[in-house]
Design a binder for this molecule. Structure first.
Ligand code: HEM
Length: 465
């Protein structure tokens, strides 16, 4: 792990990842022209340094559900139409690879499940999906609760000390602790340590996960994959586990960050959320039965993922000629499916920019790409859909419920504005600084029952003789 993480740390802050991505695109040779597809001319300078999907939204409103964006000699297609997204991701998914994404992630994920294509992907997907079976996720509920409780303790101390907290980095630590246990049965315990995650990982050079973490008490994905007896090379196993560690860490942290930002902006949603949580969970850690009852909490997460999809774009490359939205395209086209645009489309969503968990009925099905006909893609769709969707939903529901049960959250006075920047997910530019206060409990009524002191109990006075 250490050499990999060393290389990961060299990549620097998330904005640099976007810049690296775009530079690679700009240098990647001209794609076949598609004269019928509307063309927008962009400047790479306009995109680097800010959240690059934001200007793509304005271009979508101007040019429509598919358009070509030229960066010097290089061009790529931006897709914001649910029908075309469905075609690429599901109906004709075999004609598309991960393209540029696989090239960028190769150094850290190798041929792990996210970048892999073709036969390697097919075999590894079949091995990994059962590892995240519903029973496994249910067994993880306690782990989600324990890690969230450690975060509550940290917040409790901050509340006592009257110190504001930077929630984005705390959420990053929370989800690292969760995914480390879930994938390797390894305790990063990053909530208890203040030095950086990367340094701590590098300190663990002797992490011998093969034998050390194999035992019957170990429900980790690593344990499952080893026990399933598949003939898998240690390099492939490392790539798969590393992929899940990264996939399950940054995404869930980003969901929690933006959920709490939204809750601070919408106090009525927060009040309703706290009502539900108060009526469902008690003093102990939430159980799976509790989680199933946390329906409004789940809608809050669903809606947060609509407004802040993680990642905001999906990347593909065409492997053969195809038709997209009635336009012919050639082999080798680099394509961005803008989930951000799909989720913000003013034609599809009433009050698209409003955080409104009520848009989905509490007793209705959980919104997903199928029942929303590819207008809502929080976990992608088709054969490459996220394998950790249930894991991530339960993890974020448990964490949100436990935190709002114990605390109120407000933007800290003088906190920097919360702007977006991109890595693989949407980050804040300067953190999410919040004031955390313990929720006021109903006043404790003192026991006013007075002891009636009878004459006989009067202290006896010694009478002078
Ligand atoms: C794929 C989102 C959590 C493992 C994906 C994709 C999305 C996504 C959109 C599709 C990417 C594409 O089509 O290009 C999320 C979000 C999460 C989350 C929003 C948290 C809220 C997790 C967790 C795990 C995980 C916790 C593992 C435990 C994966 C893997 C893939 C994937 C392995 C690749 C699947 C394949 O290509 O066959 N995720 N994910 N994700 N996710 Fe997640």
């Amino acid at each position: 792990i250490a050499p990999l993480v060393g290389r990961l740390s060299k990549l620097g802050p998330p904005g640099e990842l976007a810049a690296a991505l775009l530079t690679r695109l700009a240098g990647a040779g001209a794609a076949r022209g598609g004269p019928e597809i509307p063309q927008a001319v962009g400047s790479i300078n306009a995109v680097v340094g800010q959240a690059f999907f934001v200007p793509l939204y304005d271009l979508f409103l101007t040019y429509g559900g598919i358009f070509r964006l030229n960066f010097g000699p290089k061009s790529f297609l931006i897709v914001s139409d649910p029908g075309i997204a469905k075609h690429i991701l599901r109906d004709n998914s075999k004609a598309y690879s991960k393209g540029i994404l696989a090239e960028i992630l190769e150094f850290v994920m190798g041929t792990g499940l996210i970048p892999a294509d073709g036969e390697i992907w097919r075999v590894r997907r079949r091995a990994i999906v059962p590892a995240l079976h519903q029973k496994y996720v249910t067994a993880m509920i306690g782990l989600f609760g324990e890690a969230s409780d450690r975060l509550c303790q940290k917040l409790d101390k901050a509340a006592s000390d009257g110190e504001d907290v930077e929630m984005e980095s705390l959420f990053s630590r929370l989800t690292l602790d969760v995914i480390g246990k879930a994938v390797f049965n390894y305790d990063f315990d990053s909530l208890s340590y203040d030095n950086g995650i990367v340094e701590r990982l590098v300190e663990q050079e002797d992490l011998q996960f093969h034998e050390e973490y194999m035992n019957e008490q170990d429900p980790s994905i690593l344990h499952f994959l080893l026990a399933s007896g598949d003939d898998v090379s240690s390099k492939q196993l490392r790539d798969d586990l590393m992929t899940m560690l990264i996939a399950g860490h940054e995404t869930s942290a980003a969901v929690l960050t933006w959920t709490f930002y939204l809750l601070s902006k919408y106090p009525k949603v927060m009040a309703k959320l706290q009502d539900e949580v108060d009526s469902v969970i008690g003093e102990g850690l939430p159980t799976i039965e509790d989680v199933k009852k946390l329906k409004y909490t789940t809608r809050v997460i669903n809606e947060s993922l609509r407004l802040y999809p993680q990642p905001p774009v999906l990347i593909r490359r065409s492997l053969e000629d195809d038709m997209l939205g009635g336009y012919p395209i050639g082999r080798g086209e680099d394509i961005f499916i803008s989930v951000w645009n799909l989720h913000h489309c003013p034609k599809h969503w009433d009050d698209a920019e409003v955080f409104n968990p009520e848009r989905w009925a509490l007793d209705g099905p959980n919104p997903n790409e199928i029942n929303q006909n590819f207008s809502y893609l929080p976990f992608g769709g088709g054969p490459r859909k996220c394998v950790g969707d249930m894991f991530a939903t339960f993890e974020t529901v448990v964490a949100t419920a436990m935190l709002v049960k114990r605390f109120d959250f407000q933007m800290a006075p003088g906190a920097p504005p919360v702007d977006m920047t991109t890595g693989a997910t949407i980050h804040t530019t300067a953190g999410l600084k919040m004031t955390v206060t313990r929720r006021t409990k109903p006043p404790v009524i003192p026991n006013l029952e007075m002891k009636v002191v009878s004459d006989s109990q009067e202290p006896t006075r010694s009478t002078p003789s």
